[in-house]
Design a binder for this molecule. Structure first.
Ligand code: 5GP
Length: 201
């Protein structure tokens, strides 16, 4: 069985990665979302094991030491990382896996698994991004400023990604990512079995 795609989506906090990923999972019910581990506190209605696995810094560092985290990053003072085993299992079962990672996280994952498809999600404008961060109502003004400063630095790295998608509407961004996934699945390296089967007839 051919492996599923590992698709890593990055972009500034507030750009709407979570919503776009949720829409993609509706479009492709078979698609899996890699649940990350974080040392940040849960926000609002977030539950352990659903949005994130919430762990202490010490527990997180233990997971790193045991080699159970394939990539990790620190963001606004907290750890965020991808658990290795579920990622390998889901992809090995032929499932497409979507990840929501920081910019260095996507680039580090691509270094480890060069088959990773990296997508940078851009906001239509910086003012719209600020509006989305304020609209959440969960972040202080100080945190919004920190996230805006970080956003500009991240956007400068968009050129290191395989694809760039602008999130004007969730529907359009999800459609574009769906098109990328379909095209990636048709790459020769992922379809060579079909060619070999035909030639063997
Ligand atoms: P938030 O606190 O808003 O949920 O997430 C903050 C940032 O952490 C987001 O940009 C998100 O993409 C990133 N993030 C979430 N999980 C991971 C992970 O496993 N690894 C990395 N590198 N970044 C992550």
């Amino acid at each position: 069985m051919s492996k599923g795609l590992i698709v890593s989506i990055s972009g500034p906090s507030g750009v709407g990665k979570g919503t776009v990923i949720a829409r993609l999972r509706e479009m492709f019910p078979d698609c899996k979302h890699s649940v990350s581990v974080t040392s940040r506190a849960p926000r609002g209605t977030e539950r352990d094991g659903v949005e994130y696995y919430f762990r202490t810094k010490e527990e997180f560092e233990e997971l790193i030491a045991k080699g159970e985290i394939i990539e990790y990053d620190q963001y606004v003072g907290n750890y965020y990382g991808t658990p290795l085993t579920p990622l390998l299992e889901m992809s090995g079962e032929g499932k497409n896996v979507l990840l929501d990672l920081t910019v260095p996280g996507s680039l580090a994952l691509k270094e480890k698994f060069d088959d990773t498809v990296t997508i940078f999600l851009l906001p239509p404008s910086l003012s719209e991004l600020r509006g989305r961060l304020s609209g959440r109502g969960t972040e202080t003004e100080d945190l919004i400023e920190k996230r805006m400063a970080q956003a500009k630095g991240e956007i400068e790295k968009a050129g290191k990604f395989d694809y760039v998608v602008t999130n004007r509407t969730v529907e359009q961004a999800a459609d574009e990512i769906a098109a990328i996934m379909k095209a990636e699945n048709c790459r020769f390296k992922r379809s060579s079995d079909a060619v070999e089967t035909l030639l063997a007839q």
